[in-house]
Design a protein around this ligand. Structure first.
Ligand SMILES: [Zn+2]
Length: 465
């Protein structure tokens, strides 16, 4: 491999350049100094009169910069991107854009996926394929939960691979990245696929397809011919200017940006309406069954019934019915403390039930999700962290306290979308247990119904229940 390949597309600190040289090139005749002479550089922190700007994350919030005096000079640090390694105004950032033009190098497909796209997926895939060379317009894939949006992108990824290009699939959610990685790796098993996120030990190295969190994109500079941002409306990407900046910089000037979600936010919907972003809508699930519509269930003051463990409450009777359902059960609840109380209560009441709870900073989070996936738990109680990106076979959902202000329309649609994702279990139960119906709840159900209607209108709901 030519030495430049180790650096292409990356934005690096001096230390990072040295680490790469040490790891791959210190045994060669190439001197570190020669490498620095070939790399482009820029000051890490730009100081414009009273305005400070970090070159890595472009943070506009002046509160994120702090200054220390050292040997009569002032050094400024950026706190906004400190988790990527500390940088200061006394450092430089080094980069080498990916200038390799795309041209067909391989007639043969790299796709080793054995599945078949549904007619809807195939049509959408072709639609995106036609726009792949248009770098001026990002493409939004608005696909309902379980539509198979990842699979429909396989022909697009293959096209870029055959042209010798580089691809990144990024998501704001680490759980989504972890779930995507094995699927993409087995779909393209002859190319190098790498998973990169803040919690893994893996360091970046040249690869064909990178699966990464949006945060890690701060490490790249015009690197990718195709950059796919999955779950584009999810926290922390949505409304985060630094991450938007990172995405736009990580894609090559002539590269293509694709956004994917089941629940586009207002900003992106507006951009679509203005014609700045092209859109492809997939209203049906890949198996041709409709989205499961939620059932509203009024619980009264469920919080106090939960705290006092009242078995003669609507809450308890609804939980009893839910627990008795055949299959895996997922209960969403906004508050961690209440999630713990609920798990203790259910443990006491249903001794034969194998259950656990999970929340965002839970150190055992990934292990618990894996155990739920393989069927070791009957029931998992979760805060909204599992609202998207996870698929459990034969699963029912109970959203306890659906009226909580933390549960937006998008969150409710995503949580409902965990049910009926597999062709072997295409339906199930979704309950909105509540103490008063909110507008967000109404909007969520409206959206689910509208997508089902659109799918029916397009003749995509072939399966009979
Ligand atoms: Zn920064």
């Amino acid at each position: 491999m030519e030495w430049k390949e180790y650096f292409i597309g990356q934005l690096m600190t001096q230390k990072e350049v040295e680490l790469i040289w040490n790891k791959y090139l210190s045994q060669s005749s190439l001197k570190l100094e020669t490498i620095f002479n070939h790399l482009y550089s820029m000051p890490t922190i730009k100081i414009k009169q009273k305005y400070i700007l970090c070159s890595r994350c472009n943070c506009q919030d002046q509160q994120q910069y702090y200054m220390i005096s050292f040997n009569k000079s002032k050094i400024i640090y950026c706190c906004a991107c400190i988790q990527m390694g500390r940088i200061s105004s006394s450092d430089f950032l080094y980069y080498l854009p990916n200038n390799k033009p795309l041209k067909i190098r391989n007639k043969k497909s790299f796709l080793t996926w054995q599945g078949e796209l549904s007619p809807q997926q195939h049509k959408a895939s072709q639609e995106v394929l036609k726009q792949l060379n248009d770098s001026n317009h990002p493409h939004l894939i608005h696909a309902v939960t379980g539509a198979g949006k990842t699979e429909m992108l396989f022909p697009n990824i293959d096209e870029i691979l055959r042209k010798g290009g580089k691809i990144a699939v990024a998501s704001p959610r680490v759980d989504v990245c972890i779930e995507l990685f094995p699927r993409i790796k087995s779909a393209f098993n002859s190319v190098k696929v790498l998973l990169l996120h803040g919690k893994s030990e893996t360091k970046y190295e040249p690869c064909d397809i990178l699966i990464t969190t949006t945060h890690q994109l701060l490490r790249f500079f015009q690197a990718f011919d195709l950059l796919i941002v999955d779950e584009v409306d999810a926290f922390p990407y949505v409304d985060n200017d630094c991450l938007h900046f990172a995405v736009n910089r990580a894609v090559k000037e002539k590269g293509k940006l694709i956004f994917m979600t089941a629940t586009p936010d207002k900003k992106i919907v507006k951009a679509v309406k203005k014609g700045l972003i092209y859109e492809t809508v997939l209203p049906a699930r890949f198996h041709g069954f409709p989205l499961v519509e939620p059932l509203f269930f009024w619980l009264g003051d469920w919080k106090s019934h939960l705290i006092s463990e009242q078995t003669n409450s609507k809450l308890f009777s609804s939980l009893k019915d839910f627990v008795a359902l055949d299959g895996r059960k997922l209960i969403f609840i906004a508050n961690i403390k209440l999630a713990i109380l609920l798990s203790e209560w259910l443990n006491k009441q249903f001794k034969s039930l194998s259950l656990s709870y999970v929340y965002s900073s839970d150190p055992l989070r990934h292990m618990k999700v894996e155990k739920m996936r393989e069927g070791s738990y009957d029931l998992l109680i979760s805060t909204s962290i599992l609202e998207r990106g996870v698929t459990f076979e034969n699963c029912h959902v109970y959203i306890l306290g659906a009226e909580d202000p933390l549960f937006s329309k998008s969150a409710l649609v995503q949580m409902s979308g965990r049910v009926g994702r597999k062709a072997s279990y295409p339906s199930g139960i979704v309950i909105f247990g509540h103490y008063g119906i909110t507008n967000e709840m109404k909007r969520a159900v409206k959206e689910i119904r509208e997508m089902n209607q659109l799918a029916r209108k397009r003749g995509l709901l072939n399966a009979k229940i």
